[in-house]
Design a protein around this ligand. Sequence first.
Ligand code: HEM
Length: 222
Amino acid sequence: MSNQIVTSTPRSSRLLHPTPVRMMHWINALAIFIMIGSGWKIYNDDVLLGWLHFPDAVVIGKWAQHGLQWHFFGMWIFVLNGLAYLTYGIVTGRFRRKLFPVSLREILATANDALHFRLAHDDLTHYNAVQKILYLGVMAVGVLIVISGLALWKPVQFSELAALFGSFQTIRVVHFLCMTAIVSFLLVHISLALLVPRSLVAMITGGPALDNGAAPAVEPTR
Ligand code: HEM
């Protein structure tokens, strides 16, 4: 009888949210916080809606120019980190795996479940159609807010870009609407994170280890 030694190759696994994703997510949250607070300070100096002024308690910057300095500081973090996140998501296949495909039928069914408070969120490894649309949507708005911001900042240097929007006032309105969309996203996003604390813990610790069978080799394991 031969003594056969059976060696088992350890299956590699990776975390639900690998370290680069978590780092970029929280850097982005900090940058957005700076950009919104300082943007509100700049807005108060020349309001678009006569009835809307942001209270001093929620703005960043002692005066408008100070707010502008904070805004540019946050902008560099947001843009560089955002480019890194988009590149990472595309190159590693994370976006393809986690955010696609998304069908209209699935969106309607999930939205219906959400409206009837039946939305299942027990499987953290899978984004439902509403999450997919929210994440893709906020990324698109993130790109548009940077483009409109560039046109506001340097309307002469980026005159062709500015011309696409029409008037300077239109660019301001687009920039403001993008901010409103991001704030609305955050209200839903943070509420969901608090309603499902496991998802928040996973975005901090990395979450459960996943079988690498389903993952492309390029995404880091930790
Ligand atoms: C304090 C603020 C924030 C909290 C508490 C928070 C919380 C979370 C949590 C818990 C997840 C994992 C969701 C899940 O597994 O179901 C997540 C993912 C995500 N969050 Fe946030 N978030 C915050 C700010 C932001 C901001 C400012 C943005 C963008 C404007 C953002 C965009 C995203 C995106 C795109 C994902 C998916 C990431 C991926 O899987 O690649 N979050 N967030």
